[in-house]
Ligand binder design. Structure first.
Ligand code: MF3
Ligand code: CO
Length: 290
């Protein structure tokens, strides 16, 4: 790391002197690094102006999900949801982050029943009573990224599917309870895995969460099958997602060969996912997008 004088400007871009900003933070980071912890690089630490930018982006992302929550119903296609997302986002002078991301063709991901994630909206997918669907929205506003997703139940849903949706939602709270500064991410992932297993479910291993804010997908990969005491240290200013994919049956998945995106459970059983974007603070966390 480059040496900074105590009276120089801080590396975080706050405009404050280093001694009044991230000087003590850096000493602490060094201590943890020596103890063998994986510590975040400086580019993963957001300053107050960047956090405010992410909050503004998240306001739009949340409004988009709120609109979907109010209007989603039996008989609509996932293509219609995609149009809502595109229109609302553009009207807010923002950009849907998924659109053209690594060749992704739509503005949002809609994953129905045994679809685990990255389902592509289509005019051929009509929502039917009994379906459970994840809508994963991500927004770029002023260069800042927000990302969160919710599950929706269409009409009357079987008690089994309803429980899967509710347990998965509750797993976010179980994970959030472990979001504390200077603790490793693995504690959070481990807690979610244990909670899912206690409820008779499995957790997808290959896909997980990520840092987010200045880019769509930043370091690190965030696992929800992690071991306690492992993974990157959560420190103030670090922003990441908690987005476990919880399966009713086995954790095995595959990617659709034809579209290259949609992920399905191998056994055809339902899967659920909720996603929050969180900021680690001096005392705990702040939910940025939900
Ligand atoms: N929003 C997803 C996430 O939570 C990423 C989707 S990538 C896309 O990480 F290209 F499929 F949109
Ligand atoms: Co995400």
């Amino acid at each position: 790391m480059e040496k900074i004088g105590r009276n120089d400007l801080c590396w975080c871009g706050s405009g404050k002197k280093y001694k009044k900003c991230h000087c003590d933070f850096d000493s602490r980071i060094e201590e943890f690094r020596h103890k063998g912890f994986l510590v975040p690089s400086r580019k993963l630490i957001k300053n107050e102006a960047q956090i405010e930018g992410i909050r503004e982006s998240a306001k739009i992302n949340i409004a988009v999900l709120d609109y979907i929550e109010e209007h989603i119903q039996e008989g609509i296609t996932t293509e219609e949801i995609d149009k809502w997302v595109y229109d609302l986002t553009v009207a807010a002078h923002a950009i849907p982050a998924p659109l053209h991301y690594k060749g992704y063709p739509k503005s949002v991901c809609t994953s129905v029943n045994e679809q685990v994630c990255h389902g592509i909206p289509s005019k051929d997918v009509v929502l039917r009573e009994g379906d459970i669907v994840n809508v994963d929205a991500s927004t770029i506003y002023n260069g800042y990224f927000s990302d969160s997703s919710r599950m929706f139940c269409i009409g009357e849903v079987s008690p089994e599917k309803k429980r899967l949706v509710e347990v998965t939602k509750e797993s976010l709270n179980v994970g959030l309870a472990q979001v504390k500064p200077w603790q490793p991410l693995g504690d959070m992932g481990h807690a979610i895995h244990e909670f899912a297993k206690q409820n008779g479910y499995s957790v997808v291993q290959e896909i997980g969460g990520h840092g987010v804010g200045l880019e769509f997908h930043e370091e690190p990969f965030v696992s929800y099958v992690a071991e306690k005491g492992t993974g990157m240290l959560m420190v103030p200013g670090f922003v990441f997602t908690i987005e476990p994919m919880i399966n009713m049956g086995s954790s095995k998945i595959y990617i659709d060969k034809h579209d290259g995106w949609s992920v399905y459970t191998a056994d055809g059983m339902p899967s659920a996912q909720w996603e929050v974007q969180v900021l680690v603070t001096e005392t705990g966390y702040e939910i940025l997008s939900y």
